[in-house]
Design a protein around this ligand. Structure first.
Ligand SMILES: [Fe+2]
Length: 444
């Protein structure tokens, strides 16, 4: 969909359009019954431009929506803009007059995560912004001055060590830097990773032994910036490769394995099996070769990296278009049987879409249809308890209902995925289609 053929871009229309108010509501109406073991906070972030057209869907001011669940009640709903410098100031500059990148400037609009008792709103150009559990902004966090780059919106919590692995990519050197927070939230490692150029690196993957970076051909293109266009574009000459670094290793030890050119925003998961790394992703054949206004379909795709030969096998696993792949995060970096995704997630103009649950062991999949006019966002899997099986728990998603032009927090039984929802919490307004969220459980 091109802005040139439309007076109003898709991200300002329908339920992509921003909401104008911050609201607080208590004791929300529930259809069905909320499982009492759901005690915590469901948070979701997305762009919600405060004024005007930011020029691209990715550039709107971040707004976090939160629903607190406890004791079978939906105790409250809040939505708050993240008070970033974009929100508070008139046109703050990411790049200063001396050419230096200012990592305190960013929209904080892509994800919201918890680690070591803190909550961070994230966007990949900038430092994290800390929030309170009531979604008020605390401020920028640079981990006691130790973080010298931006932070991806997709850090990876290791279920075994409790560490948080992440990276920052930049259009100025160093282009890619890996970082690790320990379980207490201290930044304990930063490693520069040599890549071939200033590529857009949205996400990465971990296994229990390695980190996997994606050096793909959507590259910083200064001429676009000069023309006021989105500064990253497809580059036919760049090639594509996956970088494998042993956990705890130094940046120079990264090993690059060639793959066919493609783009990936989001892996589903990665794990090791018999000397190979299996990496499942939502793969785009190409991205933004005609400008950054169009999103082609992405498909679930498996890379199998043979660490002995350096060869990568590729296989499409499903013909549905999907995005926002997720797993039970107790399986992050470990073999997972199940995965979840949204089918036709970001196809403007569509009135319905589905959640899909994949059984990667058998190759089977099940879709959950929400009904006419209902479109889900990213699915988050919440285990029923610490010892629950991999699909023993609940899948949470914010579903826009066109009939009442408002959103519901819908709770599905993960093991009976196509059955009717267990519970539907009616929010007092719509939640614009956005990006990512997470479940932050209360301490046991
Ligand atoms: Fe993302």
């Amino acid at each position: 969909m091109s802005q040139a053929t439309q007076s109003v871009p898709f991200y300002l229309q329908g339920n992509f359009a921003p909401v104008s108010q911050e609201r607080t509501a208590f004791d929300l109406p529930i259809e069905g019954a909320l499982p009492p073991e759901l005690r915590g906070l469901y948070l979701r972030n997305g762009p919600n431009p405060r004024r005007g057209d930011p020029g691209h869907w990715f550039l709107g001011d971040g707004m976090v929506h939160g629903v607190r669940l406890e004791g079978g009640r939906a105790a409250w709903y809040r939505n708050r803009w993240v008070r970033t410098r974009f929100f508070d100031e008139n046109d703050p500059q990411l790049v200063g007059p001396d050419g230096a990148v200012d990592h305190t400037v960013g929209q904080a609009n892509t994800n919201v995560v918890g680690h070591a008792g803190r909550i961070f709103a994230l966007v990949e150009t900038s430092f994290p912004t800390e929030l309170t559990p009531e979604l008020d902004t605390v401020g920028i966090c640079d981990f006691d001055g130790r973080l010298k780059t931006s932070m991806t919106a997709h850090p990876k919590p290791c279920p075994t060590t409790g560490e948080l692995h992440f990276f920052g990519y930049r259009f100025a050197p160093p282009w890619l830097t890996y970082h690790r927070l320990d379980a207490a939230g201290r930044l304990v490692q930063s490693e520069e990773i040599p890549v071939a150029g200033p590529t857009m690196i949205h996400d990465f993957a971990i296994t229990d032994g390695h980190l996997v970076f994606m050096d793909l051909p959507v590259v910083f293109t200064p001429s676009n910036l000069a023309e006021g266009r989105f500064p990253y574009a497809w580059n036919d000459d760049y090639g594509a490769r996956l970088g494998v670094l042993p956990r705890g290793g130094h940046g120079g030890e990264v090993r690059w394995l060639e793959i066919d050119p493609c783009y990936v925003f989001h892996p589903m998961n990665a794990f090791e099996r018999g000397g190979r790394i299996v990496l499942d992703v939502a793969r785009y054949e190409r991205l933004w070769d005609q400008g950054a206004d169009a999103f082609e379909p992405a498909f679930l795709h498996r890379f199998t990296l043979d660490l002995a030969s350096g060869k990568v096998a590729e296989e499409r696993l499903d013909d549905r278009s999907i995005e926002f792949p997720r797993v039970d995060e107790r399986r992050l970096g470990l073999p997972n049987r199940y995965g979840y995704a949204v089918s036709d997630a970001i196809v403007p103009g569509r009135r319905e879409s589905q959640l899909v649950k994949y059984d990667l062991e058998t190759g089977a999949s099940r879709a959950h249809e929400f009904g006419a006019g209902r479109r889900p966002g990213e699915a988050v899997m919440v285990p029923a308890g610490p010892d629950a099986g991999e699909d023993e728990g609940y899948v949470l998603s914010l579903v826009h209902d066109a009939a009442r032009d408002a959103s519901d927090l819908v709770v599905l039984d993960a093991s009976r995925f196509d059955a009717a929802p267990i519970a539907r919490v009616a929010l007092p307004q719509r939640v614009p289609f956005g990006f990512h969220g997470n479940w932050l459980p209360d301490a046991p």
